[in-house]
Design a protein around this ligand. Structure first.
Ligand SMILES: CC(C)(COP(=O)(O)OP(=O)(O)OC[C@H]1O[C@@H](n2cnc3c(N)ncnc32)[C@H](O)[C@@H]1OP(=O)(O)O)[C@@H](O)C(=O)NCCC(=O)NCCS
Length: 175
């Protein structure tokens, strides 16, 4: 799984840049760690549903399970003068007992609201569906309007199983 899954155009400080959504590999640990560190505190806390500081370890975990096809991390990367910069990531893990995939996602603050999140979700769903997975679930804070809006736009529905703090979302994948 090393082919780019999707190419698109986003606006960057240097003008329009080519966005590539591709699977993460072992060589991405450092740039992924830099990406997590560069997120605003607010975005980072939302991504991890709480404060975390061990980003090198988290980045290593994201790519460690790439040998397990039910676990994958997709990266959204822009390239400028031959240099790649990560501007988004989504981590997916299949729960065989629950028979659904779970995911978490983030987009760099300066690139939010340009459709990057939705494109990563689409690429993730397509890949999960290709693996034969039929359902994707996610949990987010009730106050996370961005994630709830993104999930709704991607076709996820509130399962009603959340509580006053969190919302549980799910989507059945079509094959
Ligand atoms: C949630 C997140 C990944 C969305 O990424 P994004 O690239 O900005 O999302 P998109 O541009 O693809 O937006 C798709 C849709 O999501 C909804 N959305 C996105 N940002 C929103 C916001 N701030 N408020 C309300 N709805 C929002 C909208 O419906 C939007 O469609 P529109 O722009 O046509 O109205 C991003 O806000 C983020 O990284 N947040 C911090 C981390 C986080 O909360 N992760 C979720 C928990 S794992």
């Amino acid at each position: 799984m090393s082919q780019p899954l999707l190419d698109a155009i986003v606006e960057s400080a240097e003008g329009n840049a080519t966005l590539r959504i591709r699977p993460a590999s072992a060589s991405d640990v450092e740039i992924l760690s830099i990406y997590f560190t560069s997120l605003s505190t607010t975005s980072r806390n939302k991504r991890f549903m709480g404060a975390r500081a061990d980003f090198a370890m988290i980045a290593a975990e994201c790519v460690a399970k790439t040998s397990n096809p039910g676990h994958f991390t997709l990266l959204a990367e822009i390239r400028h003068e031959g240099q790649g910069t990560i501007i988004g990531e989504t981590r997916y893990a299949y729960d065989a007992a629950a028979r659904h995939g779970d995911f978490a996602i983030s987009v760099a603050d300066g690139f939010q609201r340009q459709g990057v999140g939705l494109q990563m979700m689409t690429a993730m769903e397509r890949h999960a569906s290709d693996l034969g997975h039929e359902m994707i679930a996610a949990e987010t804070a009730r106050v996370n309007a961005e994630m709830r809006g993104l999930a709704k736009k991607a076709g996820f529905e509130d399962t009603g199983l959340g509580d006053w703090q969190s919302v549980h979302l799910a989507k059945r994948l079509s094959r």
